[in-house]
Design a protein around this ligand. Structure first.
Ligand code: ZN
Ligand code: ZN
Length: 343
């Protein structure tokens, strides 16, 4: 593996002709219950993999091409999780979401805590892995991370790559009492990051261009893996590829898994399972922060008021669901804090 390459080698030209994972799902638009369609078994396999379709034989799932009741139930569950119209049908919106690149971590096998703490929230959307695993170290907690010296990419220079990881970790460190330090000792780092192609020894092979982009393991594994086949980007102004994926957005999401968060239903949250090419989504939303703080507590320097203010003033739709009166109070409070801060 050449090291010290600082120039960018554009990978676009070789990927133009390449097959994109899941693009064949397009042909299932408007498939109806009762039909037998070649390839439905692949879609069943997809639903099984991501936690929507159980199977009698877990060690050797065997699916046929019949659009049956179980398959319809899987579609319904998937639609409700992704905030789509719940029709039980393979409408175009559902198929588009199924084809969208996403994280390889399953949406199933999660636990949602019963409402215990009093929050201003009517609904909580964040989730944890089964058993709610988290890192158990003495507080204040210090974790180290390292990028594999061998399993890396060479078309982004190492300094830029390191800066992406540093920023991604710092977003989580800002909200919880945990610090992350880069280590040069890959073998002994708590969190080990690498870029891999296809099968890479953990039973979760990567699938080529788009499809699954990355995955990470729940605490205290510390493994964070990125699919080497993607066109990873740190700057969309320079990278013109239509399939470029923002590295920082995906790394920030995967760190959430490393810390113990499962997928969220909130579309704007960092922990939502899918992200489109050429989209950057790196800022933690209230749902992400509430979730990770339920596991680790709050960073003493963190204030929710600033986060709520930035969510309200951001151009994307506000993800927090507050009763109208409460929203007015929060906005007024945030304004007061801002005013008194400026005075
Ligand atoms: Zn994920
Ligand atoms: Zn892996």
């Amino acid at each position: 593996m050449p090291s010290g390459l600082t120039g960018r080698i554009s990978p676009e030209f070789k990927q133009k002709e390449e097959h994109h994972t899941w693009e064949s799902f397009q042909k299932f638009i408007d498939a109806k219950k009762g039909m037998d369609l070649p390839g439905i078994s692949q879609l069943k396999q997809y639903f099984h993999r991501f936690g929507y379709l159980p199977t009698a034989n877990i060690s050797k799932p065997d699916f046929n091409d019949h659009f049956d009741q179980g398959f319809e139930s899987a579609i319904t569950l998937y639609q409700s999780k992704f905030g789509l119209n719940v029709t039980g049908k393979l409408d175009s919106d559902t198929v588009a979401q199924l084809m969208a690149p996403r994280c390889g971590v399953s949406d199933g096998t999660v636990t949602v805590r019963p409402e215990s703490a009093v929050t201003v929230h009517a609904i909580k959307h964040f989730a944890f892995f089964s058993g709610e695993p988290s890192w158990t170290r003495t507080r204040p907690m210090k974790l180290t991370y390292a990028l594999s010296p061998d399993d890396t990419i060479n078309y982004i220079n190492q300094a830029n790559l390191k800066e992406v990881f540093r920023r991604s970790f710092s977003r989580w460190a800002a909200v919880i009492p945990v610090s992350f330090t880069e280590s040069s000792d890959y073998m002994f780092a708590d969190i080990r990051i690498g870029f891999y192609s296809g099968s890479h020894g953990d039973g979760e092979p990567f699938d080529g261009v788009l499809g699954v982009l990355a995955h990470a393991f729940s605490p205290e594994s510390g493994r964070l893996h990125l699919d080497k086949a993607e066109t990873w980007s740190v700057d969309f102004k320079k990278d013109k590829s239509s399939i470029a994926i923002d590295l920082e957005s995906v790394v920030t999401h995967e760190i959430g898994h490393v810390l113990g968060l499962a997928h969220s239903r909130v579309k704007d949250s960092v922990m939502y399972p899918s992200i489109s090419p050429r989209i950057k989504k790196v800022d933690l939303r209230e749902d992400d922060v509430r979730g990770v703080q339920a596991l680790y507590g709050s960073n003493p320097n963190f204030r929710f008021s600033s986060l709520i203010q930035s969510e309200i003033s951001s151009s994307s739709p506000v993800s927090i669901r507050l009763p109208e009166k409460m929203t007015a109070i929060v906005v007024a409070l945030a304004a007061l804090i801002l005013i008194s801060y400026r005075l």
